[in-house]
Design a protein around this ligand. Structure first.
Ligand code: IPE
Ligand code: IPE
Ligand code: MG
Length: 239
């Protein structure tokens, strides 16, 4: 029986359309999305059962957006990180970045390292921010690491299990997402957490991300509680 999710993963989509509706530049939509992200973190921190929240903030494919939007997003990440860090520390929130950092400016990378270090002891909630993250890229990276080990004679191919692969992913050490939420009306995964989403409950909301508030989050969590997770078994087996 599913009751509450332990890991919630969110594709925060719809910022651009939210801005367009208001005749504002797309980056204004991203700025408005920041407060929705804060509310979601607060909701999950207060919820006793939720241990992990993963937020998709920038995909490997988002680099192909107009340069001013990409630059605006990079600035927003730096500012938001700087402003929110003390509150995250105070509230026992552990921050973890998943994705390939190497394409970000040295300054942003340093800030990301620092934020992870100073929040490392947080036990209330783990927030994974997916930045320059791609689900396929993550699996390619894990495969390369394992191939290197096989080449060096440290790993037998027969010894590779699902657990071995999971332990080489960015989000190693945290359970798979129980509840996946995508806002903004699209019903697709857009290269998010391909491995971990294998058995997640998928929730799609038409609400644009900047408008996604606590009530909307509560609705998703309530919907999750009505799902029967069978993991291949029959409903009868689960009683
Ligand atoms: C999601 O909102 C945020 C990022 C991808 C960074 P979008 O910017 O994709 O918003 P829409 O889909 O264009 O409305
Ligand atoms: C997914 O949204 C990525 C993030 C929310 C960061 P997109 O807006 O980039 O996805 P597509 O292009 O509509 O599939
Ligand atoms: Mg979008």
């Amino acid at each position: 029986m599913s009751v509450a999710p332990k890991h919630v993963a969110v594709i925060m989509d719809g910022n651009g359309r939210w801005a367009k509706q208001r005749f504002m530049p797309r980056v204004a939509g991203h700025r408005a999305g920041r407060s929705a992200a804060r509310k979601t973190v607060e909701y999950c921190a207060r919820h006793a059962d939720i241990d992990v929240l993963t937020l998709f903030a920038f995909s490997t494919e988002n680099w192909s957006r107009p340069e001013d939007e990409v630059n605006g997003l990079m600035e927003l990440f730096a500012t938001a990180l700087n402003d929110e860090l003390p509150k995250l520390q105070e509230n026992g929130i552990r921050l973890r970045f998943i994705g390939d950092w190497s394409r970000f400016s040295n300054k942003l990378q340093a800030q990301m390292h620092h934020s992870q270090e100073v929040t490392a002891t947080g036990r209330r909630l783990t927030v994974q921010l997916a930045l320059n993250y791609g689900g396929r890229a993550e699996i390619v990276r894990a495969s390369r690491q394992l191939a290197e080990q096989v080449k060096a004679g440290a790993l037998q191919p027969e010894a590779i299990t699902e657990e071995t692969i999971a332990s080489h992913l960015y989000s190693r050490g945290v359970p798979d997402p129980d509840l996946f939420i995508r806002t903004g009306g699209e019903s697709r995964i857009s290269n998010f957490l391909l491995w971990g989403l294998a058995y997640s409950e998928l929730y799609f909301s038409a609400t644009l991300w900047p408008d996604f508030d606590e009530a909307a989050m509560q609705e998703a969590v309530d919907w999750f509680a009505t799902r029967q997770r069978r993991f291949g078994k029959t409903g009868e087996q689960l009683g």
